[in-house]
Design a protein around this ligand. Structure first.
Ligand code: PLP
Length: 312
């Protein structure tokens, strides 16, 4: 039995005071996006009513406060997934943008004609279309590992599809359609035997069980705040620092530069290198109480609760 009481938990989410056709709201679409607890909604309002200023550029108290809140959010996300350092957290709009960032910034720089990308047959479009686009641009081959009869990745077939030409393995840790939990550690170990980089689409797994990126051993993971009680419009790319450091920027503009001139423009350090323009400050800040809320319930408790629901 789980320790927390779902009836009590409901009370923290104001949307559940609504009714439809005279019946209380039953919301079963958290895979698409979760509802938000009051603390997340309050954090958004509080940021805009008390702390709003642009970050990293102002030398006045409010700008420093805003910068500290934003960078504090980065550190909080790092702690949530046990990243080695906060700089490994790149804020994006969503998991989709995080995967596109890797396709553009790493893929364009490192892949050449004939190289192979290995994915699975259960990938979300977000973890297929960016690779498809890259394959057309760079003449890279996409290979798709089939599924077993019980809807997991066929590891034997996966192994056979790996070759010295495999430069990237990109798989989901948890299917949004099937609910399948993919054995990513085994997949990562196999990918390493051919020297491939590994991106894990963690959009469904980070909200549902404890994530330790250092133990997992991938090169990048991608996820979205809105699927884990946080606001829409803020996503995360976690990458190993040395890999992020060696990557080209994604988009160009303010914030991501070091020195700018017509002759030579240089890039800011990781993670600013990947965060061109004014970022989504308010939603990053309001992501923090979402993580606090999940930690308060306990990720192991959440997992146990979901197992109970599944059994039911
Ligand atoms: N990957 C998986 C497994 C998903 O379920 C989703 C969204 O449903 C995504 C990626 C894309 O997430 P977003 O739409 O937040 O970018």
């Amino acid at each position: 039995m789980t320790q927390f009481n779902p009836i009590e938990v409901r009370k923290d989410f104001p949307i559940f005071s609504r009714s439809f056709n005279g019946k209380p709201l039953c919301y079963l679409d958290s895979t698409a996006t979760t509802q938000k607890p009051q603390s997340v909604i309050d954090a958004l309002t509080s940021y805009y009513s008390q702390s709003n200023a642009n970050i990293h550029r102002g030398l006045y108290a409010l700008a420093e406060e805003s910068t500290n809140l934003y960078e504090g959010a980065r550190a909080r996300v790092a702690r949530f997934i046990n990243a080695a350092r906060p700089e490994e957290i790149v804020f994006t709009r969503n998991a989709t943008e995080s995967i596109n960032l890797v396709a553009h910034a790493w893929g364009r720089q490192n892949l050449k004609e004939g190289d192979e990308i290995l994915i699975s047959a259960m990938e979300h479009h977000a973890n297929f279309v960016p690779w498809y686009q890259l394959s057309k641009e760079k003449n890279v081959v996409i290979k798709v590992a089939p599924l077993t009869a019980d809807y997991n990745v066929d590891l034997a077939a996966f192994k056979k599809l790996l070759s010295p030409r495999t430069k990237l393995v990109a798989v989901t840790a948890m299917s949004n359609v099937l609910g399948t939990i993919v054995p990513v550690e085994e997949i990562i170990a196999m990918a390493r035997t051919v020297g491939a980089k590994v991106l894990i689409d963690a959009a469904q797994s980070v909200p549902h069980f404890k994530t330790d990126v250092q133990a997992m051993g991938a090169d990048w993971i991608a996820f979205s705040a809105h699927k884990m009680l946080g606001p829409t419009g803020i996503g995360v790319l976690w990458g190993r620092y040395d890999i992020l450091d060696a990557m080209d920027p994604f988009m160009g503009g303010g914030e991501m530069i070091s020195i700018v001139s017509v002759e030579k423009t240089t890039w800011a350090h990781v993670p600013q290198k990947f965060e061109a323009g004014t970022p989504n400050i308010a939603d990053a800040v309001a992501f923090v109480p979402a993580l606090d809320y999940l930690d308060k319930l306990g990720m192991d408790e959440i997992r146990a609760h979901e197992k109970e629901l599944l059994a039911y």
